[in-house]
Write a protein that binds this ligand. Structure first.
Ligand code: AMP
Ligand code: MN
Ligand code: MN
Ligand code: MN
Length: 278
């Protein structure tokens, strides 16, 4: 059975391992087919590809695009993209643009809550200064004893609409699918179980995504409990989506799934990698 992991992060976004180190960890965990999917940035893909090839891993270039749909954040993973595509590079750079101002505002909110130095602290964890994310704030808050773990940070401060959350207007769903398709990739809805939509809203998301040219949905992901896999397998069958599988690895011992540790897809689904892996 092929070990496929098509969702992971490096220091290029909010992971803690370099692209090469993620490749090495994937290899050590027996991954055969691997995608690096950093948030809103493709910088890590060239070094990741080089490392993967030298380790004998099949590499699928990826990206995880931040999208705002019905006033909520949705993540769309692009797989099999041409990461030298100038329009994609340009578009992602625009998506990243608001992050610095947002991070400064988050720092101010936290200051009002009695936590000093959070912006500078978060920045010190970010390798890419254009990509300060809530994860970097969360690491600062945990390491400095303001919260006992990541879960509590998001529950108290950083989760959607919590005290220090600063909402963003990311890309539109349509743009994200277009950029990915124009770069020769496949658009996949990341970790659908994480979104707080009603059943009707979910159906609308799937329908619109499909009409826009989206092809896949993550069925097996480290961001969902296993009991939810069957539900999203049924969604994939109902909407004719291809199914993807990925750990959403950010760092070792994160508490979520480690890279290469995802169980196989449920039966009867078309894997999103079917025309890349022979
Ligand atoms: P941002 O793109 O700055 O909004 O940050 C989003 C990132 O925060 C996600 O990619 C996750 O890595 C992380 N994240 C979001 N919600 C949670 C949560 N409840 N627990 C842990 N990490 C989370
Ligand atoms: Mn992340
Ligand atoms: Mn995500
Ligand atoms: Mn992710």
């Amino acid at each position: 059975m092929l070990n496929v992991d098509l969702h992971s992060h490096s220091t290029v976004s909010d992971g803690t391992l370099s692209p090469e180190e993620v490749a090495q960890r994937a290899h050590a965990h027996g991954v055969d087919v691997w995608a690096l999917t950093d948030h809103d940035e493709v910088e890590g893909l060239a070094p990741a590809q080089k490392a993967a090839e030298s380790l004998g891993i099949q590499f699928i270039p990826g990206v995880e695009v931040s999208v705002t749909w019905l006033d909520r954040t949705v993540h769309i993973v692009g797989l099999g993209i041409d990461y030298s595509n100038p329009d994609l590079i340009q578009a992602l750079s625009k998506v990243r643009q608001g992050r610095t101002l947002r991070a400064q505002r988050m720092g101010e909110r936290l200051k009002e809550l009695g936590i000093e130095g959070a912006y500078e602290g978060a920045l010190s964890y970010a390798t890419n200064p254009e990509l300060v994310s809530r994860t970097h704030f969360a690491r600062f808050l945990v390491d400095h004893g303001h919260s006992k773990n990541m879960k509590e940070v998001f529950r108290r401060y950083l989760g959607d609409n919590k005290a220090a959350d600063v909402p963003m207007q990311w890309a539109t769903l349509e743009e994200s699918v277009q950029w990915i398709n124009d770069a020769g990739g496949k658009a996949v809805i990341a970790h659908p179980g994480r979104y707080k939509f009603t059943e009707q809203q979910f159906d609308l998301l799937y329908q619109q995504f499909k009409e826009m040219g989206g092809v896949g949905i993550e069925v097996v992901t480290g961001s969902h409990p296993e009991r939810e896999y069957a539900h999203f397998a049924a969604v994939a069958r109902r909407f004719g989506f291809e199914a993807s599988c990925g750990s959403d690895f950010h760092w070792p011992r994160q508490g979520r799934m480690d890279i290469g540790k995802a169980p196989p897809l449920p039966r009867g689904l078309t894997p999103v990698w079917h025309d890349w892996v022979l």
